[in-house]
Design a protein around this ligand. Structure first.
Ligand code: CUA
Length: 367
């Protein structure tokens, strides 16, 4: 019997969802996957002390997610009351007027037309719909109309099949799949404004604990903002079907305290590290088609179809969250990206085993 290769599931968005559906997780064999880290609880402590937060919409970590939660709870309360009243009346009628053994089989008295009753079931629902609509419009308006403070951080987000590009034009930083932003003190908000564009098909940017979904549409610019009040890592996911690997178009938002964020920016602005031990790998990398899709700042590699690799090793994942960014997975990925992410647009470069080792050691030097 041929054993299936264990699925490599990262501790991110989809697993966080699956971890809450134990039967489904069991069904897809998640529990048996050998490289699977322990299931994510809503808040997991990482080995390095970082918190990785789950993806519950009921645990907002700042604006605008908290406004969305307030609205959701309000709508849930009203619809819940309607459900209890309607369901309760139905159960009462089913029990109270059920068929009994001593029924004489005659039709009960029929009532036709009642102005008060008809007025009530017309006017009350209209009022309910009016209240729900106006509160939703008000929340939407308050979120969308919030003007960016003059010194707010601006990030350009570009959706690609199947990864996220993050450009910080004012800071001269380009990275992928892991968005880094500063924490925003609710007393003095420092929101991050995202301009969302797509390089190919429609995607949707969604980090449940930070904000609602925003579509990422070709030939259009959408704007959204994030103002998380707690630092940590928040998982997210492309929320619009965009092709084969839509499910592995994961994203993470790393929220730093202000000084930490400044340090991250400083490190990202540096050109690629030059490591004499990785020269052979660099030559292989630059001699193959890698350079037509990937950029490594300070070298001849300047492609833009794939993620910028200048500081590849500063990212926790590869393949937009398809796997943890470690040497074993990196080697697997370069050897044949389709193994970790079937349908991925990055081809296998047909490197020999020694070339593969050299390229991986070069990539590992990109800190
Ligand atoms: Cu991108 Cu779904």
């Amino acid at each position: 019997m041929k054993l299936m290769r264990p699925m490599v599931i990262p501790p991110f968005g989809e697993e966080a969802t699956l971890a809450r559906l134990p039967c489904l997780a069991w069904f897809v064999g998640l529990r048996r996957a050998r490289r699977l880290p322990p299931p994510l609880t809503p808040c997991t402590e990482h080995a390095n002390g970082d918190h990785v937060h789950g993806a519950s919409i009921f645990a907002p970590a700042g604006a605008p997610a908290d406004a969305i939660q307030t609205l959701s709870l309000f709508v849930l309360a009203i619809t819940g009351i309607i459900f209890v009243i309607v369901g309760g009346l139905m159960v009462y009628c089913l029990v109270r007027y059920r068929r009994r053994s001593d029924d004489d089989g005659r039709e009960p008295p029929q009532v036709y037309g009642s102005n008060p009753v008809e007025l009530a079931w017309t006017v009350v629902p209209i009022i309910i719909v009016f209240v729900l609509t106006t509160t939703a419009i008000r929340s939407t308006y308050e979120i969308q109309a919030a003007p960016p403070p003059p010194d707010s951080l601006q990030v350009r987000v570009v959706g690609h099949q199947w990864w996220w590009e993050f450009q910080y034009p004012a800071l001269g930083v380009i990275t992928a799949n892991e968005l880094h932003i500063p924490v925003s003190d609710p007393a003095h908000p420092t929101p991050t404004y995202l301009t969302l564009e797509s390089a190919d098909v429609a995607h949707s940017f969604w980090v449940p604990r930070l904000a609602g979904k925003t579509d990422v549409i070709p030939n259009r610019r959408n704007i959204m903002w994030l103002a998380p009040a707690q630092s940590g890592t928040y998982v997210g996911q492309c929320a619009e079907f965009c092709g084969t690997q839509h499910a592995k178009m994961l994203l993470r938002v790393v929220v730093h305290p202000a000084d930490d964020f400044a340090r991250w920016v400083q490190a990202q602005r540096q050109p690629a590290a030059r490591n004499p031990g990785a020269e052979a790998g660099r030559q292989v990398f630059e001699a193959t088609a890698c350079v037509s899709c990937h950029a490594v700042r300070g070298t001849g590699a300047s492609g833009t179809f794939g993620p910028d690799l200048t500081h590849l090793m500063s990212r926790e994942t590869i393949g937009a969250g398809a796997a943890q960014n470690d040497l074993a997975n990196l080697r697997d990925w370069v050897e044949d990206p389709n193994r970790l992410k079937p349908g991925v647009l990055m081809p296998a470069m047909q490197l020999t085993q020694p070339q593969l080792d050299q390229v991986v050691s070069y990539l590992a030097s990109l800190r």
